[in-house]
Design a binder for this molecule. Structure first.
Ligand code: ZN
Length: 322
C-alpha cells in the first residue's frame, strides 16, 4: 500500500493543500490533518484516529484508505475532519510503543523522558484546536484488539453521563458492526476519554478484530466501520445496522499493585470471558479479587506496569441493548 509506505517514510506530503471538491487541508502536527470543506457543514465534525498503538496497523490501513479516497476525489468531505495517525514513531518501529502506552498518556500525569509524551501533547493540542473551531465533534479512535474476543468488534464509550446509551449512538455503533459497547466514565487517560471529558464529545475507542502485521490487509470486520466512516464524512445517511449491540458497564478495575500480581485466566483468554460467581479472578500478594455474579473480564493484561490497570470487570447493562 503506497500511501502507508509514504506515511511511514515521510508524512508531510501525504495530502495536498486542497482536495478535489475544494476542501482545505492543514497539517496541524506530524501525520495530523485538519480538513475543512468549502461550504458550511452538513453534519457533525468528525475526528478519526488510528495507530495510537503502533502494532495495530489494520485501522491505520483503513485510515490510509480514507485519505486515498479523499485525495482522489472518490470521497468528498462535507463535514470538518481531523485525521490522526497516532503513534507515528511506534508505527515506524513496528511496535506497540517505544517507552509508554500512548493511550495511557491523555490524563493529567506527566511522564518525563517518555518519547510518547510529546506526541500525546501534540495530539491533545490538535484536538483542542479542532474542538475550538467545531464544537463537540464525534471522535472515533480505531484500534484492533490484542486478544480474542467473544465479540469480534466492540467499543468503549467514555461518557460524562451515566444513563443508558441513546438511540442515535446505538444506531451508529450497530451500523459499524459493533457487537458490544462498554459504557465507562470519562476519567480514563485514553485519547477518546479525553475528548469526552474535555470537550463533551461523543467519543469511542473501537476495537475491531485482531491485531495484524503491517501489510496483512484489512479484514472483513472493518468493512462496516469503513462504510460508516465514509457516510459520516460525506454527510450521508448511516448504513443499516449489521450487528446486534450488547451493552456493558464497568463494575471494577483490576489495578496491579506489585509484580506479584497474577490472573487466574489462561494467557490469551478472550475478552468478555465470564466467571462463576465467587471464582478467584486475580491475586496480588495477600490481595484477592473474587467474581461478583455476572462479571466478565475485558483487557486482561497482567504484564502492565504496577499501578496500571491489569483488566476491567464488567456486567451487562440491559437498558442500553438494542
Ligand atoms: Zn489499541
Amino acid at each position: 500500500m503506497n500511501l502507508l509506505a509514504d506515511l511511514l517514510a515521510n508524512d508531510d506530503a501525504l495530502l495536498p493543500a486542497r482536495l478535489p471538491g475544494g476542501a482545505q487541508v492543514e497539517r496541524v502536527a506530524s501525520a495530523v490533518w485538519q480538513i475543512t470543506p468549502p461550504t458550511a457543514a452538513a453534519g457533525r465534525a468528525l475526528i478519526v484516529s488510528a495507530g495510537i498503538h503502533g502494532d495495530e496497523t489494520a485501522p491505520v490501513e483503513v485510515l490510509c484508505g480514507l485519505v486515498s479516497a479523499l485525495c482522489s476525489g472518490a470521497l468528498v468531505p462535507r463535514v470538518p475532519l481531523l485525521l490522526v495517525f497516532g503513534n507515528l514513531l511506534a508505527l515506524r518501529a513496528a511496535c506497540r510503543y517505544l517507552d509508554d502506552d500512548l493511550n495511557r498518556l491523555f490524563g493529567n500525569a506527566t511522564v518525563p523522558g517518555s518519547r510518547e509524551a510529546p506526541r500525546a501533547a501534540a495530539l491533545a493540542a490538535a484536538v483542542d484546536a479542532f474542538c475550538t473551531r467545531h464544537a463537540k465533534p464525534l471522535h472515533l479512535d480505531l484500534h484492533s484488539a490484542i486478544r480474542d474476543s467473544r465479540y469480534a468488534c466492540f467499543a468503549i464509550a467514555p461518557r460524562n453521563e451515566s444513563g443508558p446509551l441513546g438511540a442515535a449512538p446505538r444506531a451508529l455503533l450497530a451500523a459499524c458492526g459493533i457487537e458490544a459497547v462498554l459504557l465507562t466514565g470519562a476519567q480514563a487517560p485514553t485519547f477518546s476519554a479525553r475528548s469526552a471529558r474535555r470537550h463533551g464529545c461523543e467519543a469511542y475507542t473501537f476495537e475491531l478484530g485482531r491485531v495484524r502485521r503491517l501489510g496483512d490487509g484489512v479484514a472483513g470486520e472493518f468493512a462496516a466501520a469503513e462504510r460508516v466512516l465514509r457516510a459520516l464524512i460525506a454527510a450521508e445517511p448511516l448504513p443499516e445496522p449489521v450487528a446486534q449491540l450488547h451493552a456493558f458497564r464497568v463494575s471494577r478495575e483490576l489495578i496491579k499493585r506489585s509484580d506479584a500480581f497474577r490472573l487466574t485466566l489462561p494467557a490469551g483468554a478472550a475478552n468478555f470471558t465470564a466467571f462463576e460467581a465467587g471464582a478467584l479472578i486475580a491475586e496480588d500478594g495477600a490481595l484477592q479479587w473474587h467474581a461478583e455474579p455476572g462479571e466478565l473480564i475485558v483487557f486482561p493484561n497482567p504484564a502492565v506496569k504496577p499501578g496500571l490497570r491489569a483488566g476491567l470487570l464488567v456486567v451487562a447493562d440491559a437498558a442500553s441493548d438494542v
